[in-house]
Design a protein. Structure first.
Length: 396
């Protein structure tokens, strides 16, 4: 995940001051970006591990591909709804494609830079902008309304029961009327002195909104009015410096039955009761780009590059694939007998579900695969790359 540092008014540590002194940037935004490049840049601190050779036990291929437009400094993920794929790029492009062929149904341009999307629901296609606006289109690509919020939108808006729920970069979550874009409620929280700027987003299910924040906190809100239901600690900040103490949830929580799972960077993975917010179990694993859960197993990429399969009731390790070190892996996608994971060089790797062994590999592009991929069906995954490509990849 490409991360920037976000500083509140409450900063500064000696380490950050040292970085500020040594930079020659002219604006605060430039300073933050420069600090980000020094500490959490897009290029890994260490070179990616060379790919190992293996005997392929499965066959993978690109069924179709499309061009959306580069992601620039943002992260975009496609979404599937009723036989169509929706995707967006930083230049303002929003497209609707047939999932079987990749044929374009329509393409529109919001007229300003997009930074978050796409969300689909209630016959609306939703995207967010770097200027803090949310655009709502109908299924034919016609603009229905535009709503202005307080800060840039770095993740996909969500729809639930007549409400569009949007997270902004200033730690606010908004409930917006899906009919006209008017504001219904807002949840606001204070962030730690130093947090990671990420596209963590939120998940809505069963009338509740789940979102992770800085300091390793996971919250649940009522979707109808934004009232806090509970707050849980996934991870506790550790270390001496503020940078060492970053323990932010930078990816989507995952729901499975009565539990919600979340993982923090420089922190832990935890299973939490959805009703009470009580932590059922946790263990030390650091991850940036998220987890997946299927049939009793949790799949999680460590921030250093290993892929783990864990028992969903205890967190015990089933297997660990360690041959993808420093490759900035995406959230894994379970696909029957396989698990798909993308990397920073545009490769898509397929691991066996039961052992974590390499089964197949396909090169998509020369740029990174976006952190969140989606399933088209049980054998096909849809991946978006940083240079703007969209790829439907099948494994057999």
């Amino acid at each position: 995940m490409y991360l920037k540092l976000y500083q509140s008014v409450a900063y500064k540590t000696l380490g950050i001051l040292a970085l500020l002194v040594t930079t020659s940037c002219s604006t605060l935004t430039d300073l933050k970006t420069d600090i980000s490049d020094k500490v959490f840049g897009r290029e890994p601190a260490d070179a990616p591990e060379a790919l190992v050779e293996f005997k392929q036990t499965a066959s993978s291929k690109v069924l179709w591909q499309a061009k959306i437009g580069p992601a620039e400094d943002f992260e975009f993920s496609p979404v599937i709804e009723a036989g169509f794929a929706y995707a967006a790029g930083a230049s303002g492009e929003v497209v609707k494609l047939d999932i079987n062929s990749g044929k374009q149904e329509w393409r529109v341009n919001a007229g300003e830079k997009l930074s978050g999307g796409v969300g689909v629901g209630g016959s609306l296609v939703l995207v967010g902008t770097s200027n803090g606006a949310v655009y709502a289109y109908d299924n034919a690509g016609k603009l229905q309304w535009k709503s202005k919020l307080s800060s840039e939108v770095l993740s996909a808006p969500r729809y639930f029961d007549g409400i569009v729920i949007v997270r902004t970069n200033d730690n606010r979550i908004y409930g917006i009327n899906a009919e006209d874009g008017s504001r219904k409620w807002v949840y606001d929280r204070t962030s730690p002195a130093l947090t990671l700027r990420s596209s963590a987003g939120l998940v809505v299910d069963g009338g509740a909104v789940y979102a992770g924040f800085g300091g390793g906190k996971l919250i649940a809100l009522r979707a109808d009015n934004g009232k806090l239901l509970w707050e849980a600690s996934v991870a506790q900040p550790k270390g001496v410096t503020e940078i060492e103490r970053i323990a932010d949830i930078t990816s989507l929580p995952v729901l499975d039955g009565p539990l919600v799972y979340a993982v923090a960077y420089q922190g832990r993975i935890a299973a939490i009761d959805r009703i009470s917010g009580r932590v059922i179990w946790n263990r030390d694993i650091s991850s940036l780009n998220g987890i997946s859960v299927e049939d009793g197993r949790i799949f999680v990429p460590h921030s250093m590059g290993s892929v783990y399969a864990l028992d969903y009731t205890t967190g015990k390790t089933f297997w660990r694939q360690a041959a993808l070190k420093n490759r900035q892996l995406t959230a894994p996608v379970p696909m029957g007998n396989y698990v798909a994971v993308g990397d920073l060089e545009g490769y898509l790797h397929f691991l066996t579900r039961d052992e974590g062994a390499f089964a197949s590999r396909v090169k998509l592009a020369g740029s990174a695969v976006m952190p969140q991929m989606v399933l088209l069906n049980s054998t096909t995954v849809l991946a978006q790359t940083r240079d703007g490509g969209l790829y439907a990849v099948q494994i057999k």
